[in-house]
Design a protein around this ligand. Structure first.
Ligand SMILES: Nc1ncnc2c1ncn2[C@@H]1O[C@H](COP(=O)(O)OP(=O)(O)OP(=O)(O)O)[C@@H](O)[C@H]1O
Length: 311
């Protein structure tokens, strides 16, 4: 398990990271989400060791990450840094060689990745001749070519079409299945929702939520249910403890305790056919919006109270 504990980092007066702690489990894809300037890149750079934390620790399986282990991290930076004029295959072989692979192993890794990322027809072209989406695939190949023990990817899906997203996800899931902890940042919440196992949400340099995607959806799920029936469900409005949110003929969305919702189901089955019944869980996008607006509100309130104290 890769872990960050109590990481703080300021730039001058700006507290970019405030007591950041979270884990990235091996074998799972962890999505790191936050608005612009929330602190994702700063966190990733601290994991990499290219930026020092003011305090806090980064550990792998309980021991501080060593410089040698940091060398084996597969990193895809936000500012992509490959050689525009070099052929795709040569660039990947070169990077694997820099990590100590001999020529044969470097070429094997490069060609395997070129194949699995759908770049076979572009292998002998210079990077700058490729479409932006294909350049992005090469960037991902560059992060994977030395069989990294940890993967840290800053916005790996930005600029990719849905087919390319699936290709990249397959490549990352394959590494995760081999036991590699995979952390990636993304603004595309629908993509994160679809593919990640775990989610870390950061706002204003503070971790606001962390956990499995499904666990978070349950945690923020509240008490909203949906029911679809073959009859008219107008009677639901009169049930004590039920607040109807939406209603059309035989279908309704309502808030209630789980016990009341169960009683509604029993009643509905007795009255007519029930074709759908279940708890409605929020999407990651809805959770993210709720968390970030709460965080912004808390920040505003604390700024106001500081101002009042000063006055
Ligand atoms: N080298 C630096 N010097 C000064 N401020 C910095 C530096 N690097 C980052 N910051 C500030 O720290 C905060 C966090 O930035 P960071 O790049 O980590 O955010 P982010 O979540 O990656 O944002 P984005 O999604 O826009 O990439 C921002 O306010 C940013 O301006």
């Amino acid at each position: 398990m890769l872990r960050l504990d109590h990481i703080n980092r300021s730039f001058g007066d700006l507290r970019a990271l405030d007591d950041v702690s979270f884990g990235v489990a091996p074998g799972r894809l962890t999505g790191f989400i936050g608005a612009n300037g929330a602190g994702k890149t700063t966190t990733m750079r601290i994991i990499l060791g290219v930026l020092a934390a003011d305090s806090g620790t980064v550990t792998l399986d309980g021991a501080p990450l060593t410089p040698a282990e940091r060398q084996t991290i597969g990193y895809m930076p936000e500012e992509r840094g490959l050689y525009p004029k070099m052929k795709v295959v040569d660039q990947l072989v070169h990077l694997a060689r820099l990590h100590g692979y001999d020529r044969t192993a470097a070429r094997r890794n490069a060609t395997d990745l070129i194949e699995s990322l759908g770049l076979a027809e572009r292998a002998d072209e210079p990077l700058e001749k490729l479409s932006l989406g294909n350049q992005q695939r090469v960037q991902i190949a560059a992060a994977l070519v030395h069989d990294p023990t940890i993967l840290v990817l800053d916005e790996p899906f930005s600029g990719l079409d849905p087919i390319a997203v699936d290709v990249v996800v397959r490549a990352l899931a394959e590494r995760a299945a081999q036991g590699v902890p995979v952390l990636f940042s993304s603004h595309q919440l629908d993509v994160v929702e679809r593919l990640c196992d775990d989610v870390v949400i950061i706002a204003g340099g503070k971790i606001q939520a962390e956990g499995s995607r499904d666990g978070l959806r349950d945690e923020f799920g509240g008490s909203r249910f949906e029911i679809a029936t073959g009859g008219d469900i107008g009677w639901l409005r009169g049930v004590p403890g039920v607040e109807v949110v939406e209603f059309t003929g035989g279908d309704a969305v309502f808030d209630a305790t789980p016990e009341t919702a169960q009683a509604v189901l029993t009643d509905a089955v007795a009255r007519s056919s029930v074709t759908r019944f279940g708890r409605l869980r929020p999407t990651l996008g809805e959770i993210f919006r709720e968390i970030t607006s709460e965080a912004a509100h808390a920040e505003q309130t604390s700024a106001q109270s500081i101002e009042e104290t000063v006055r």
